[in-house]
Design a protein around this ligand. Structure first.
Ligand SMILES: [Ca+2]
Ligand SMILES: [Ca+2]
Length: 269
């Protein structure tokens, strides 16, 4: 609808069209997303971050309820092999992706995404916490993090996660021998519980050697910072090109009018 009116305006008007179309183009922005592991040295690492810019319709889990396969595929193995397709089915126009491989304490990683701020103003994320059997970070409310207002302005510079924000999916029993990053992740014992906050159980892995080679020490308190996702808008080449093209057209029109007028007057240009 918006783009149609832009096209119609382009057919009938001049400079006013430029402003309209520039606004429509600004709905598409390039956004850099940076993830940082803020946990203490030798504490938790994170599996890849699964993310989606979306319309707020995909709800991956609920606190106090049994975890279903989409969030279990993040919490028990980190792959998100069910989370990504479930997201796509619930919200086909969402922009989804992942960032990184293993993110160890002190590490950071960035990636850029082309986001339609009108269609997809909300941000949803999920990443497995390791070592663990079924721990993760993620937003319970699909509308909990609104990144863009109606005009496309970025509302949120960062999402900070503390140890108290870490979830236990309640799907696999605590067992270091079956935990990812310190044990055999192919093993599992069903927990048949519900999703709930839990970081204290992570201390049960203290002294275990991780897959990255460091000896794990949780060292976490409830208000320990563990993870940050930050957002920064980068200049959008397509918008710049559109603006430059529009300005060029206006300049060409005014030169052309001068040329016509001069020709009518039979005066040299
Ligand atoms: Ca929920
Ligand atoms: Ca568990």
């Amino acid at each position: 609808m918006y783009h149609i009116s832009c096209t119609m305006a382009r057919l009938t008007a001049g400079a006013a069209t430029l402003a309209l179309c520039a606004t429509a183009g600004a709905a598409q922005i390039n956004l850099t997303v940076k993830v940082e592991n803020l946990a203490p040295a030798n504490s938790i690492s994170f599996a890849p971050l699964h993310l989606g810019f979306n319309n707020g319709s995909f709800d991956a889990f609920n606190s106090g309820q049994a975890a279903t396969s989409p969030i279990v595929s993040v919490a028990e193995g980190g792959s998100g092999s069910d989370w990504q397709p479930a997201f796509a089915a619930a919200d086909p126009t969402a922009t989804r992706g992942t960032i990184g491989g293993l993110l160890q304490p002190g590490e950071s990683r960035s990636s850029s995404f082309l986001v339609d701020t009108m269609l997809n103003p909300f941000f949803t994320f999920a990443a497995m916490v390791v070592p663990s059997n079924d721990f993760f970070i993620g937003n319970d409310s699909p509308t909990g993090f609104r990144l863009f207002d109606a005009a496309g302005n970025l509302l949120l510079a960062a999402i900070d996660q503390k140890a108290r924000d870490i979830w236990d999916a309640g799907s696999e029993l605590f067992d270091p021998a079956a935990a990812a990053f310190v044990g055999n992740n192919d093993l599992r014992t069903p927990q048949n519980g519900v999703v709930s906050f839990n970081f204290s159980e992570l201390a049960g892995f203290d002294g275990r050697t991780t897959g990255a080679g460091y000896v794990f020490t949780s060292g976490l308190a409830a208000d320990s910072d563990v993870y940050r996702i930050s957002f920064a808008v980068v200049p959008e080449p397509a918008t710049s090109a559109l603006m430059a093209g529009g300005l060029f057209a206006v300049g060409w029109l005014s030169r052309r009018r001068r040329g016509q007028s001069s020709a009518a007057d039979a005066a040299p240009v």
